[in-house]
Design a protein around this ligand. Sequence first.
Ligand code: ZN
Length: 687
Amino acid sequence: MKQRYLFLIGLVVSIVLAPSCNEAKTDKVKEQKKPADDFEYIAEQFADLQILRYQVPGFEELTPQQKELVYYLYEAALCGRDIIYDQKYKHNLAIRKTLENIVNTYTGDKSTPEYGKFMEYVKRVWFSNGIHHHYSNSKFLPEFPKAYFTELVAASAAEGFPVSPSSPEFASLTGIMFDPAIDAKIVNQAANIDNVAESANNFYEGVTQKEVEAYYAKFTEGKGTKLPEYGLNTKVVKENGQVTEKVWHVGGMYTQAIEKIVFWLEKAIPLAETPEQKDALEKLVKYYHSGDVTDWDVYNTAWVKDVKSQVDVVNGFIEVYLDAIGKKGSFESVVSFKDLKATERIQAISAQAQWFEDNSPLFPEHKKEVVKGIEAKVITVVVESGDAAPSTPIGINLPNNNWVREEKGSKSVSLGNIVHSYNEAKTKGSALDEFGCDEKVIKRIKQYGALASDLHTDMHEVIGHASGKINPGVGTPDKTLIQYASTLEEARADLVALYYILDPKLIEIGVMNTLDVGKAEYDSYIMNGLITQLTRIKLGDEIEEAHMRNRQLVAKWAYEKGKPENVIEFFQRDGKTFVRVNDYTKLRALFGELLKEIQRIKSEGDFMAGQSLVETYGVKVDQVLHKEILERYAKLNLAPYSGFIQPKLVAVYEGEKIVDVKVEYPKDFTEQMLEYSKNYSFLPVYN
Ligand code: ZN
């Protein structure tokens, strides 16, 4: 699972590293603020997007062998870039290549407002890895006339288009771009529809949700609970009337890209830092060859054992958020090395995992007797690709397969340099000043918000996803809770973090020095869940994305249940709506109560209760409030979403041998996207 950046509001500029266990905490926290540097964190802003940059501190200190290893993993990551485009939507690669041909060869005037709008559209496509919004999953449309597009095409090199401009296929591509009715949603999770057929993603073709569910039922029925993630790396199609799968592996679908990934992974193997890392990389290669999801579990079992290496990599078909029924893994890769200093904070929490489980508000029968193998660390990211870029998670907890997590353990990471960059880039306070309910709350968030955010992320990943157990005989959540599984799982992890961030235990273990950190988190979370996150969706739309649904579910449920005691209140000031937390202790108790209920739903596989929670609290939007929030937000002229230009690694060769690897920080998003498309386009436009 991954955790995204939570806050729209301005936060403290520097990431604050909490000391792990010692006195004089206040002073130490202040001292450890990193000094401001002159690195430019913000590259540009367009549409609802902001393009940021991040640094890779500590790269120079890696050994030559580590640098070379990182370089090969970096290449392997980028080689999979095309896959995510095709997975999201089968016309994405054809559209991207069409647009890029215009960018590269158009001979007309590039200084006109229409061309500006054209470039904005192209950059949005790059940002979202396709023509559907990376966060809302709804199609966005060009803001220039269709006739202008025809002009652009006519004045560009005809031979460079992936589909001939004079063909009916090209006309249909243009229709897809401009007609809002065609394939409007990449993933449609509305109730009472065929979620498979109504989603535009490229995971299924010509099959209904019923057929897909029946197809997978035969793999799982009566086979126990230690099952692989069936369907994770396949597209389901119908051939000769039979439902079947096209597997993503060497020799199968996406082989052109996967072969390149394997090529670089194989170069990385001899440079592995530890026998465990070598073993894991070999098993990843084996899985990419076989395409057998059992091999994926074998790989993950080896990967969680690799805890001593400083360099690490996530590379595979992993998160299932893009599939309405939560089976298909999107390609992603994150290459990183451990940030040794910051890891102390997260490990202080991890070391207490059993205490947190024992003292949680869960029903005793839903608690884990032994919480195992939580390997938590802060990482410094070197490159991200696929579903993890340009928009990025800030925390990752893998593997996703429940039985592997429970028996073999899991790794939880916080993406330290990414979070640092976010915090640097936040305009200091403008959105917070607009939406914060009063001066005291605003001041507290400015003072403690960054640390609160770090701790929330740490606990969400390290003790949140790792908590609780499923009752014997109950299937995995993707089977029992289906389209609500992701939202409920994220809510569960958030609630563990929220419950404990107001616990004196955190002061005791030295990760914070005042409960004001917890209060700042409650203020931020409630304000975000009830108000500010609405800036991310269009007026009239309901909430679709799992993390957003989870946040509103948690905040709204607490608001409704706390009403008799006025725990949270909405109020008006100068004609504007605000929300205020009146009683932090009672709110904490409510979070505990909801956590217990959501764990019960997961443990018992109670679909009806899960559906009712999500649909009642997580989906619907108050139109009047939404309109007001959007108007106030528009005046701030901020972009609600951010993504990153990736650092670039340059290998220095002497003959055949790499003698050094240097890191560069490109400044131009368009240049990077064109360079990636030139160097890493391995897939044909239709697979
Ligand atoms: Zn999560």
